[in-house]
Design a protein around this ligand. Structure first.
Ligand code: SF4
Ligand code: SF4
Length: 463
């Protein structure tokens, strides 16, 4: 028993001395692997294609953290819209939690960029250049030779080129394809900072996929580390049917044993080096390679496929199917509320944000015609890609607004600042501080109504 539980005390990729155990997973083959390849081709096409897609001349997605400019589905978002991003992030987190409770780490195996880059790009190139697991082991153990040097140089050279492409793709999401094109086509000296950032990104990608690999999933990724609290006995995960498989034994004529023939193929193909027969483990990225491997074995020994399959612990133990538990209902309700809030925030988002403040330190002025005037500062953030002429109009009380300089134009995607006077008849300023309501308009349409205050003479009794 103690021996059976030994796996709990160690990490498959670290030896007793604390040194890294390099994983040489056998090349996966099978239906699920083919499906995963097809899905990753689609996802990679989306990832590499998105920076080039434009909607009304604007990028489909731009996350320019440096200039604090964000474009989603061709719509511009500014730091003022940060609350929408907060709600969107919360919605995604709840969705991920709910999804994980029900379907385990489906994301990790099928859609996570780390798994897709590692297993569907870098690992495939490694197999192509160095061969399958055994050939790789042999090559690594062999002394340096012309062949080894050539293979290693070719592999690492290709990895670095791919890392540069990945780095440039991610930069395209941050600075946009036009700026990236300029960066790539001009000499490094002209954009030294950009060039250094690109090199650092490339070096990081290269290091992750050439050396760090599965350690990202098992040691670094916070989502992976959350599995322990997200999964329950009803979560669908890649699972070994211990009821059917045990007692495992090599096939011997006449001997009665479980369906597992202890061939170890499921361990050999595992990119994180674990044995799924030990149960759900933090290191399992649900890549399905062990399902494919075991199905091949089951076919050979003429037993039903699915000894390793997508199932829950309860499903295997009791043969039950997934039920809509109170926890799932609770998460679904929260998700629905957040989604509704997100849609409302998106649809009610204003194209302009105006702030009006009475100019500090300046009291009222009495005009030659007997009216009173106050000076105000206005800041307008234009969140659209078009120039917006700004008009101001008094709603209450009745009065006149005079913009200093005559007109106020908010340039596309930036801030416009100006000052203006509100001129009111004395009879509508009964108090020392009178509330005023101003309409901010563009092309005749009221975009915002802003409350402020108007200072009158002290002798005018009241507030
Ligand atoms: S591949 Fe299947 S039969 Fe072979 S050891 Fe794994 S579970 Fe057992
Ligand atoms: S145990 Fe199976 S599903 Fe999990 S990481 Fe290993 S091969 Fe992939």
């Amino acid at each position: 028993m103690a021996d059976k539980e030994k796996f709990r005390d160690s990490v498959s990729t670290i030896d007793k001395e604390g040194k890294r155990v390099w994983v040489f997973p056998k090349r996966p083959k099978g239906n699920l692997y083919r499906w995963r390849t097809a899905v990753s081709v689609v996802l990679l096409a989306i990832l590499f294609g998105t920076p080039f897609v434009k909607i009304n001349g604007q990028p489909l997605l731009l996350l320019n953290i440096l200039d604090r400019k964000f474009v989603v589905f061709g719509m511009p978002f500014w730091p003022q819209d940060f609350y929408i991003f907060m709600v969107a992030t919360l919605t995604i987190v709840v969705f991920v939690v709910l999804f994980t409770v029900v379907f385990g780490r489906l994301w990790c195996g099928w859609a996570c960029p780390q798994t897709i880059f590692m297993e569907m790009i870098f690992r495939k190139i490694e197999y192509l250049i160095e061969g399958d697991a055994n050939a790789q082991r042999k090559l690594n153990a062999a002394p340096m030779s012309a062949e080894k040097f050539f293979k290693k140089a070719l592999k690492h050279g290709t990895f670095f080129v791919l890392a540069v492409i990945l780095a440039n793709t991610f930069l395209a999401y941050i600075i946009g394809v036009e700026e990236l094109k300029e960066l790539v086509t001009s000499s490094p000296g002209e954009h030294l900072t950009g060039f250094i950032v690109m090199l650092l990104f490339s070096a990081a990608f290269y290091w992750v996929y050439a050396f760090f690999r599965e350690q990202i999933c098992t040691m670094v990724c916070p989502y992976g580390r959350l599995q322990g609290v997200l999964l329950d006995k009803e979560s669908i995960v890649v699972a070994y049917d211990f009821k059917r498989g045990e007692p495992r034994a090599k096939m011997k004529k006449g001997e009665k044993a479980g369906d597992c023939v202890d061939c170890n193929l499921c361990v050999d193909v595992c990119p994180t080096g674990i044995d799924i027969r030990n149960g759900t483990q933090l290191e399992c990225v649900n890549c399905t390679a062990c399902i494919d491997a075991c199905n091949v074995v089951m076919d050979k020994v003429k037993r039903p496929r699915g000894l390793i399959r997508y199932d829950s612990y309860e499903g295997i133990e009791k043969g039950t199917r997934l039920s809509f538990s109170a926890r799932i209902m609770g998460y679904s309700a929260i998700l629905l509320i957040l989604l509704t809030a997100l849609i409302l925030l998106f649809t009610n988002r204003s194209a302009l944000d105006a702030t009006v403040l009475r100019t500090p330190g300046i009291l009222f002025q009495e005009l030659p015609d007997g009216r009173l005037s106050n000076l105000y500062n206005i800041k307008v953030v234009n969140k659209t890609f078009e120039e917006k002429p700004i008009e101001l109009q008094m709603i209450s009380p009745k009065g006149e607004i005079e913009i200093i300089g005559g007109t106020l134009i908010a340039p596309p995607g930036s801030l416009a600042e100006s000052s203006f006077f509100i001129k009111l008849d004395k009879n509508v300023v009964p108090f020392r501080v009178t509330p005023v309501l101003i309409a901010v308009k563009s092309n005749g349409i009221i975009l915002e109504e802003i409350k402020s205050s108007f200072l009158g003479p002290v002798h005018q009794k009241g507030r």
